[in-house]
Ligand binder design. Sequence first.
Ligand SMILES: [Fe+2]
Length: 402
Amino acid sequence: MIRHTLLFRFADEVPAGTRQAILAELETFPERYPAMRHWSMGENLSSRDQTYTHGMSVEFPDEQELLAYLNSESHETFVREKWRPVIADQAIVAYEFAGPEGDAGREGRVTQRPRGPYGMEYARIEVPDMQATIDFLVYHVGLQLEQHNDEYAYLRADIEHHSIELISAPERTDGWTTAVGFSVESEEVLEQIKQRAIAAGREILPLQERQQALCDNGFALADPDGLLVELFTEFQEYAEPPSLEIRPLDLVHPFLATPRYEEMLDFYINVLGFIPSDHIVGSATFLRCEDRYHHSLAIQKNDEHYVAHLCFAMKSLDHVMRMRARALYKGAPIASDIVNHSASTSIAFYLHDTKFGPRFELCDSHRVFTPEEHETHRARKMPADPRNIDVWRPASDDWGRF
Ligand SMILES: [Fe+2]
């Protein structure tokens, strides 16, 4: 690491407004030069030496990055035209040092840790009555039907090609989720995930044929419960979102119930690269991927395997409540009414008709980590208390309404 330190004093005749403008411009530097780390600046408080009125300190990963900044056209112009005319005196010291152990700055950690998928794109659900399921998803979830024949249907929430793929399965009594699709941000990360899967002895499968045509590259693999996870780059998207006003913005996560809890965690964390965000100890784990939603996946210890719900993010709480009103009006089954999730700070309700597959969670304000939090968040370990799942539960034994 290189620490670059600048000490300076404005010329006496420089008016306060000009000084402020220069200081304000210095404050924009970390945004303009992304290689900068730990930028800070302040007035000199020292009672021993007032040679300089201000100091600025910033770190760079290496000398090359420091020189790239110093020699950049924008920096040289700033120095020549704005800085030199108003600065009476300055001193610069740049020195190399070893950063704190294991901390090569945020970027360093980003490149060192294994990357996971970017975010959830779709679920594939086999349903006994395709038309009834389409009607339900259009009216109660706000999806738009894009393509439809006797075998399959695609419905989308926003610009991504689809967020639900329905497969006609008249032999079933209940809907059953067979696959979940996650996009991956680059070919490089896709290959890394594939290599981890091979090293873990997982069978690499081709993508479903129709999905192959909807992305650049990808593969599929079964999780320990047999749910197909499809991973791919460059999922196709529409130029415009659906024109519907009340619709989800995104499919955020699947919630998987499993009798193989530890094995599932190992698979999703160590093979696919998901990162635990929080644990309900002994009961559930929330995991995130690179799009930084608090959770793009949740895994719950259960007696059996099933996809328990799919969560859609609506545009606002108002839209969540309008969808709730539609459910009440039509008598659609609300499996769990308005809850305030503490871990992900989202407010949601759940619709469930087993014919149409899993529960559909419609939520607002699902927490998105900042890039810094994404790298540094420590997964909390919370007791299995209903108030840790819904902060609007009044007591530790109020499990009744889940
Ligand atoms: Fe959820």
